[in-house]
Design a protein around this ligand. Structure first.
Ligand SMILES: [Zn+2]
Length: 134
């Protein structure tokens, strides 16, 4: 039971990181830079309310990023300004470049919370038949 649970978590997070639907692994999360409302393949609604994924985005994304900025600022910028500023610029570029992937992980975390604590008003589509590509 615990192995299938951790497998589901790993699968959903991997799919989110690849910007795919955490439920079926096939539908896209984004069209260009815009966020899709639901999965075009299995019909999963990614975020029923616009604020649903914010908590996951803040804890999984903003806090680690803020901590890295603070570490670079206090650890490097004060003693080696040029090196520190280049590190901050590199971090900012990396953060912007990986934004869709990190959003995907936030959506996957939100999806997992809906799988483990189901809400009758917020149905998750039934699992797809195994044997298909995932
Ligand atoms: Zn899907």
């Amino acid at each position: 039971m615990t192995s299938s649970r951790s497998e589901l978590i790993a699968t959903a997070l991997r799919r989110g990181l690849r910007k795919r639907c955490p439920h079926c692994g096939e539908g896209r999360l984004f069209s260009g830079w815009s966020f899709l409302h639901s999965c075009p393949v299995c019909g999963l609604v990614y975020a029923r309310n616009p604020g649903d994924t914010w908590a996951f985005t803040i804890f999984g994304d903003r806090l680690p990023l803020g901590a890295m900025i603070a570490i670079i600022y206090f650890g490097v910028v004060r003693s080696h300004p040029a090196l520190g500023v280049s590190m901050l610029v590199a971090l900012a570029a990396l953060a912007i470049w990986t934004t869709p992937n990190r959003w995907g992980v936030g959506i996957a975390l939100h999806y997992l919370s809906r799988v483990y604590w189901p809400d009758p008003a917020d149905p998750v589509p039934p699992p797809r038949a195994t044997g298909s590509s995932s």
